[in-house]
Design a protein around this ligand. Sequence first.
Ligand code: ZN
Length: 303
Amino acid sequence: MPELPEVETLARDLRATVRGKTITDAWVSADAPRLVQEMPVDLFCEALRGRRIEGTSRRGKYLLVELDQGFWWVIHRRMSGNILLRQKPVPDEPYLRARFSLDGGSELRFIDLRKFGTMWLTDDPQPIIASLGPEPLDAAFTPAVLAATLAKRSAPVKAVLLDQAAIAGIGNLYADEALHYAAIHPKRPAASLTQDEVERLHGGIVAALEQGLANLGSSVGNAGKEEVSLRDHVNLNGNAGGNQEYLVAYGREGRPCRTCGTAIVRAKIAQRSAHFCPSCQPLKRLRKRAGKKTARKAKCARA
Ligand SMILES: [Zn+2]
C-alpha cells in the first residue's frame, strides 16, 4: 500500500517527466465506477482534455497534479493504485482502470488491482486535504509537535501513527518500522510515552520515511521476484522500489530481529497487523533506566 515515500517518489518522477505536457485524451474504465469522485466520468474526462500539467506535489498520501487554468487533479492510490508512464503502443497492463494520453505519444496509465483508488478534478484541493495532520518530514514537525499529538491520545501509539489527521502520510509499513527503530511496543498507549521515547519515535519516523524515499519506496510483494508484479507498489517506469530489502519489522514475521535475533512477531493491534520484536520493543517499560541495557541484553540472550 503506497505511503508517503511511495507517493513522494511518484510526484518527483512525474515532475521530471511530464511537467509541461498536455493531456490530449482521457478514458476511465466502466469497471472502475468509484474511481472518479464528485463528478460524472464523462465530464471529468472532457474537462481534462487540453489541460497542461504545470507541476506535481504531495500532501499525505495524496498526489496533487497542478493543471493550467487553475485546475487540480488529485489522486489517491489507496490499497493498490499505481501510475505508469508508457509510450504507445506498449500493450495494456492487467488491472488498467484509466488512461491519460499526453502530447508526444506517451500516456499515463492508472493500474489498480483492488479498485479502491480515487481521483478528483477541482479548482480547490483544500477541502480534500483539509483534515490531514502535519507532514512528518517538514522541519515544523518537531519532537514537541509529536509529543503534543500523543499526549492527547489514550489509543495505542500504532493507531495514532496511522491516523492521517494526527500525522499525514504514514501507513502500516512505515509505522511498524518507526516503532521498531524507536524500540517502542505498538500497543503502548500514546499518552504513556516518556519524553525520551517521543524523541526516539520522532527520529524513527523520520529515519524510516527517509530510508523509504532513498530506496524509491517499498515493494514488499516484489521482494526476490524476477518479474515485477503490478499488484504491489511500482514506480512510474514500472520498476519495483528497493526498500523491502532494508525493512527491520514490517513483513518479517518469524524472521530474526536484525538487532537481537529474536523472532519478529505479528499481532493484530488497532484492527491492523503490527510487526515488532518482543525483546527490543517490550510492552512494559523497564522502570530503572540504569538497568535498561542489561535487562534487554539478558532477554535477547535467552531468545
Ligand atoms: Zn530485537
